[in-house]
Write a new protein. Sequence first.
Length: 277
Amino acid sequence: MPVATVNGIPINYQVKGDRAKGTTVKGSAPLVVMIMGTGSPGRVWELHQVPALIAGGYRVCTFDNRGIAPSFEAASGMTIDELAADTAALIELLDEGPALVVGTSMGARVAQELALARPELVRKAVFMAGHGRLDQFQKTLSLGEHELDASAIKLPPKYDAAINAVMNLSPATMADQPAARDWLDLFEFTGGPVTPGIRAQRRMDHDFDRLQAYHAIKVPCLAIGFADDRMIPPYLSREVAEAIPDARYQEVPDAGHYGYLERPEAVNKILLDFFEG
């Protein structure tokens, strides 16, 4: 993946298309820019969403947000506005705006702010597990996470894996024994020390309410809620759709915070239908 100086910082990004369909060339097909959530690299999108979008005739840009190496780690801190400005500058660098924009969780917040601040760069926007505010549970969870980061306590891998599964997956997934085993193994063996950049992402302001501001968003928007999401309950995603004029809301059943990984066929169909509509 190339690293470019974007908004004054290095950003690691990649653009993919389908050679057989002639969509690898700049401007040959609509560009989808995908924004990942807290602590995750852009390559997570390549498991399910990138192949489906390319098969649908799109070019796809994935990238590592500031905080995720080899992009600028910003260990001293960052803001959502800076992350939105990074995404805007990347679209300008690619010179392919307005783009179709997809974000999940923290990435959804970035996409929401981008649609508000730079509508000329956004053709349509999708917010998975988006939110214009956090309720008391999310605020308390975030503060506890900050304290855990500061304490340097390392949870036992199996316990950490179980907590990750409970917080990010649907009970329907955990009731499927082979799927549950695979997910728990994945969480156990991919866990590790939290980097300074990820800590900085986690430390961002969690005491915000942007719903009133989102009344000014004018681009076509779709909010996707995941029915069993404990991290960002679907009612918070529905609030975003209700705040944005003419925005749509769609909920994916039997899906937790990682619904785009748990129910990729359903999520990919929603994306393609919205982009093509």
